[in-house]
Ligand binder design. Sequence first.
Ligand code: XMP
Length: 510
Amino acid sequence: MILIIDFGSQFNQLIARRVRECRVYCQIVPPTITAGEIQSLAPEGIILSGGPASIYEKNSPKIDPAIFSMGIPVLGICYGMQFMVGALGGEVARSNKREYGFAHLRVRSQTDALFQGIDGETPCWMSHGDAIVKLPRGFKITASTANTAIAATVHAKKRFYGLQFHPEVEHTPKGKAMLHNFLFRVCGCSASWTMTSFARDAVADIQATVGDKKLIMGLSGGVDSSVTAALIHKAIGKQQTCIFVDNGLLRKEEAKKLKVVLKQHLKLNIRFVNVQTLFLKALAGVEDPEKKRKIIGKIFMDVFEAEAKKIRDAEFLGQGTLYPDVIESQSAFGGPTAVIKSHHNVGGLPKKMKLKLVEPLKYLFKDEVRRLGKTLKLPDELVWRQPFPGPGLAIRIIGQVTGKRLGILRDVDAILLEEIRAGGFYRKLWQSFAVLLPLKSVGIMGDHRTYENIVAIRAVTSKDAMTADWAKLPHKLLGQISNRIINEVRGVNRVVYDISSKPPSTIEWE
Ligand code: XMP
């Protein structure tokens, strides 16, 4: 296991990704971790991440320097390297030549473990204002760039390595090889972390935690909660009761499909709660997006809680929390961000009902969850599902939500997804969906004048939903989508394509 100390770099998740791509398990921890805690985790190596601070700044993040006398190999990246050098008696100074972007790395010591198999000269990606001016005793320079004499350093005997550039980004093409060398040549890790081994350990862990008690799990139909439920099922079978709240704001036949896959095939114990009319009634006449979200969130919580209470003596609540959420909430540096759209989940429930949380995916990234889903034999259709918001189609119907409008949007959405899938775009897109506008426009069908609804198609590419670009779908496909929708869905006579990026727009319209 590798520990990554989070000094606040925006690339920390990338470091973790790279390490895991080498099939080595790693965890990102804040620098407030104590040397004792590190000792008990017994990592095979420690990576000190980059960060925006300068090591001599008053409140710059620090880790207990005792980590340098534990005999564990350390790789410091950018700020991490400077911190190590500073802590061991070297000197760092604000350099008069700031360096951002590409630089040519000249490897001076090809015998160095980190640079094994790497050419004499290779591009690297820099982003720093400070530079090392004096190395501590025992360190030597292993690589330089035109502006940075000490671009890489090593204390071979102690197995301490420092890189001024970022090996984790794609702009450093040999960066992955360097990390690979650190993991296997320096730390002696073995490439044994796979989703099968993860599932085996997670199952044992869940069994040890839950014992013979009962667990409640909320299913949304999305990848995360489905994989969580399948994993928990493998561990404790019928001791798990899943609750699926059908709020009437789902896609066409969603609840039915889920029933077939999770209940009939995987034999999960699921309670389907049909409360469609409850939601529709509460939403009647509501146009404001935030109001819609609040109403849906509140009813969902009430319904879920009432159902959960029926499961007597339940002590645990399963949740599909993923690693990026954990990292964000633990980061000492990420300040509170403005609420753009309120999201809901069952976050408040554990405290209210005195339930203990079981979050078996909390150290996984999304693509790992998908791989785990495959290992657990979930069908592709579920594993590769695009994200779908909790408030569902209600935030894709601009203006009032009615049964009739839901029906129209459901039909449009089904055609859109059919075409996107047939065109081979479903997995390439982060999301693709339709939005029903509160507008009508004039059209002509046969010899008749029509005055009907307009739908907007939204298709975006994204890595993490923080930013997104509108997808450059082929005109032929867009034409086919538009033709089919207008011909097949009664009540729609115009289709438009949304060409806005995020930011400044958002992915959903409400
Ligand atoms: P926006 O519209 O803010 O959406 O760019 C970013 C991502 O979040 C999803 N989304 C939600 N997911 N509950 C959810 O579980 C919500 O209330 C919600 N609102 C937006 C959206 O689909 C996109 O993937």
